[in-house]
Design a protein around this ligand. Structure first.
Ligand code: FE
Length: 286
């Protein structure tokens, strides 16, 4: 059994925060989600006008946000008093739970800013748990060279390679997320078993990848998400020169999703409550 390319979700240029240019694939429309993944943004610019405004203080409730930096320097601050320096190759894992108010501001006035923000939904039973925040330094991320060239970085979950297992710093969440950053040389490939029943997708950010055995592989173009259907292992090939991509998988929740901006709950009433709580300065209080 193997995974096959089921659907391509292209990315669209948009902006968020106080005017940060980015490309949104998952989450660009209500239907473009891969349960429990709600949204994936890629930001990549050498022009400070595209990122300097940053993401000033704003709220979230009901899900988790994961920021992964390739280049640049951002500072995270939140109402709990956490301060996290996001540096190249590092990440942050924030669980909004019942409520968090945070900002992410660039700490540079020029140069390249490049990375990703992913939103992962929480099950109904965990949407109102206390907020938490985890800074992941570059050296905390699991890393292994691939046979035949290439590199895999493991931010969450674990991978099994010919030379052993590599675990990421984020473990034990109920959605069991796998978050990999993979780099392949031209002609390189990456094969990985994914847990039965888990949703999965790849997001190519350099080059393109072909999904499946070379005989019947289908290609995910640059800056697009490829949703992986079927079961079993996924076989990915650098299809056109070197390739870099994210591979994400997690246990689907199968629950209703009602989103209003930065609040993601199960019902309209819960969204109205979140909006009211935010207006009354009660979003983050127990
Ligand atoms: Fe945020």
């Amino acid at each position: 059994m193997s995974r096959r390319l089921q659907q391509i979700i292209p990315s669209h240029a948009t902006s968020d925060g106080a005017g940060v240019s980015l490309r949104r694939s998952l989450g660009a429309t209500q239907g473009a989600r891969v349960d429990p993944f709600l949204m994936l943004d890629e930001f990549f610019s050498d022009d400070p006008d595209d990122y300097i405004a940053g993401f000033p203080a704003h709220p979230h409730r009901g899900f988790e946000t994961v920021t992964y930096m390739l280049d640049g320097h951002m500072l995270h601050e939140d109402h709990l008093g956490n301060r996290g320096d996001l540096m190249p190759g590092g990440a942050q894992w924030m669980t909004a739970g019942r409520g968090i108010i945070h900002s992410e501001m660039p700490q540079q006035e020029s140069g390249r800013m490049r990375g990703f923000q992913l939103w992962i939904n929480l099950p109904a039973a965990e949407k109102m748990k206390p907020a938490s925040y985890c800074d992941i330094r570059p050296e905390d991320i699991g890393e292994a060279e691939l046979p035949g060239g290439g590199l895999v970085r493991v931010i969450a979950g674990r991978v099994t390679l010919a030379n052993g297992e590599v675990a990421g710093p984020v473990q034990g969440l109920s959605t069991e997320p796998l978050y990999l950053d993979v780099r392949l040389p031209a002609g390189g490939s990456f094969v990985q078993a994914l847990p039965a029943g888990h949703s999965a997708f790849v997001y190519t950010y350099e080059g393109s990848v072909a999904v499946g055995s070379p005989a019947d592989a289908r290609r995910v173009p640059t800056q697009a998400a490829g949703v992986l259907g079927g079961e079993g292992e996924v076989e990915l090939h650098a299809a056109d020169g070197p390739a870099r991509f994210l591979l994400l998988a997690a246990k689907p929740l199968g629950e209703p999703v009602v989103q209003y901006g930065p609040f993601v709950m199960n019902t309209r009433e819960e969204i109205e409550q979140a909006v009211a709580d935010y207006r009354n300065n009660r979003l983050t209080s127990a």
